[in-house]
Every structure is written in structure tokens, then in C-alpha cells.
Design a protein around this ligand. Structure first.
Ligand SMILES: Nc1ncnc2c1ncn2[C@@H]1O[C@H](COP(=O)(O)OP(=O)(O)OP(=O)(O)O)[C@@H](O)[C@H]1O
Ligand SMILES: [Mg+2]
Length: 203
């Protein structure tokens, strides 16, 4: 089934702080259990480079991030929080799939509308491009609010059924420079979140 996972996956949102770097790191870690994978840090802030390197992931920075190194099957791009940034635009043009992490609030969702229009424009040019929203930081045990479900229905981009919950372990993983796959039993629920995302983005 690894054949159907995207070769180049862009984690992209125009809005800052929605969990792009967190998800890019954890997805690269999960994908690497299936096939050789690397993390491409397209954000000049460089936080994915620092975190990913500490966590032992293969990290490609700057120009190298565009080249799928020989033997790398899955490349995950952590993008800067802007659709106008040249790296984000290039990622959108070259990705096989785009994952847009959004916080579980309608206001946060609508703040990403310009990005959805850019994704639709790219899909019109290149119908093979797959794209999904992924809800990040939903309170454990709680369901999506009715307002959020309604907003998702109007948003024009499918949302994954898999949801990434708000869990302290994601923050500790960042502080420790680790992936949740390296943190043992206390990270099992977070690993299950990430695995569910990976399972669902297989065609
Ligand atoms: N599921 C989660 N549970 C708890 N904390 C989270 C979760 N996802 C992200 N965070 C925390 O939220 C903050 C923002 O996450 P992150 O840096 O991944 O967002 P970003 O979209 O990459 O931000 P930027 O736009 O600045 O690049 C971080 O402190 C991170 O640890
Ligand atoms: Mg980031």
C-alpha cells in the first residue's frame, strides 16, 4: 500500500501556528516506518530543520528540499505560513498531495480561504493534485462543534475523518526534539492520531 502514499506531501496553511511543523515532523516519522522518507524544510524559520535533525530524521534544507534524493520514497514539505511565499507556491505546484492543518474553529478555518482558492486553481491545472484539511488540536474526547461541521461543509476542501487531538505530548516532543514514535507508551494516542492520518491519505 505504500505505493499509494504521496511521494511529495506539502503541509501548508496561510495561517500561522496551526500545526504545520508539528504534523510535518510526525508524518515524516510515520512515513519513514513504511519506506525511506525525508523532511523538506521550506520555512525560513528553520524550526523543522532543528527539530527533525535532533529527532534523527533525514532533513533537506533550502535548495535540496526540492530534489527527491535517490532512494527517498516520501518527501514531506513543511511550508512557511503564506501562500505568497515563493517556496509555498512552488510546493503547491510540485506536490502530489497537500495537507492543510486547521484549528477546530470556524474563524480559523475561514482565515485559510485564500489558500483553498489557490489549491482549487492548481487542481484545475493539475487534476491529479490531492488535498485535504486535517483538524488539529481538537480537545481529547470532544466532538467537532456544529458550527465547525457546517463551516467544513461549505469550505470546498474535504476534511480527513482522522483528527489530530490536542495533546501535551506533541509539545513535549517539540521540546525534546523527538517524534512521538520515539516516546513510548505515553505517546501511544498521538501515534494513533498520526497513523490514522497516514492511512487515510493513501489513495
Ligand atoms: N495537536 C497538538 N496538540 C498540542 N499542541 C500542539 C498540537 N499541534 C501543534 N501544537 C503546538 O502548537 C504550536 C504551533 O504548532 P506548529 O509550530 O507546529 O505550527 P505551525 O503551523 O508550524 O506554525 P508557524 O506558522 O509558526 O510555522 C506549537 O507550540 C506546537 O507544539
Ligand atoms: Mg511551522
Amino acid at each position: 500500500m505504500t505505493q499509494a502514499l504521496p511521494g511529495r506531501l506539502a503541509v501548508l496553511n496561510t495561517k500561522g501556528g496551526t500545526g504545520k511543523t508539528t504534523l510535518a515532523i510526525q508524518l515524516a516519522a510515520g512515513l519513514r516506518r513504511r519506506a525511506p522518507s525525508a523532511l523538506g524544510d521550506l520555512d525560513p524559520q528553520g524550526s523543522a530543520t532543528q527539530w527533525g535533525t535532533q529527532a534523527g530524521l533525514a532533513v533537506l534544507t533550502a535548495d535540496d528540499a526540492w530534489r527527491q534524493a535517490v532512494g527517498i520514497r516520501h518527501l514531506v514539505w513543511d511550508c512557511p505560513p503564506s501562500v505568497d511565499h515563493p517556496a509555498a507556491q512552488r510546493a503547491l505546484r510540485e506536490a502530489d498531495a497537500v495537507l492543510v492543518p486547521v484549528l477546530p474553529s470556524p474563524l480559523d478555518l475561514w482565515a485559510s480561504w485564500a489558500l483553498v482558492e489557490a489549491i482549487h486553481a492548481e487542481q484545475a491545472r493539475r487534476p491529479s493534485l490531492r488535498a485535504w484539511l486535517v483538524i488539529n488540536q481538537l480537545e481529547p474526547g470532544s466532538a467537532l462543534s456544529g458550527a465547525m461541521r457546517e463551516a467544513l461543509g461549505e469550505f470546498g476542501l474535504p476534511a480527513l475523518r482522522a483528527v489530530v487531538r490536542r495533546r501535551a505530548i506533541y509539545r513535549s516532543a517539540a521540546l525534546q526534539g523527538a517524534t512521538v514514535y520515539q516516546l513510548g507508551a505515553r505517546a501511544a494516542a498521538a501515534v494513533a492520531d498520526i497513523e490514522a492520518v497516514i492511512e487515510e491519505i493513501q489513495a
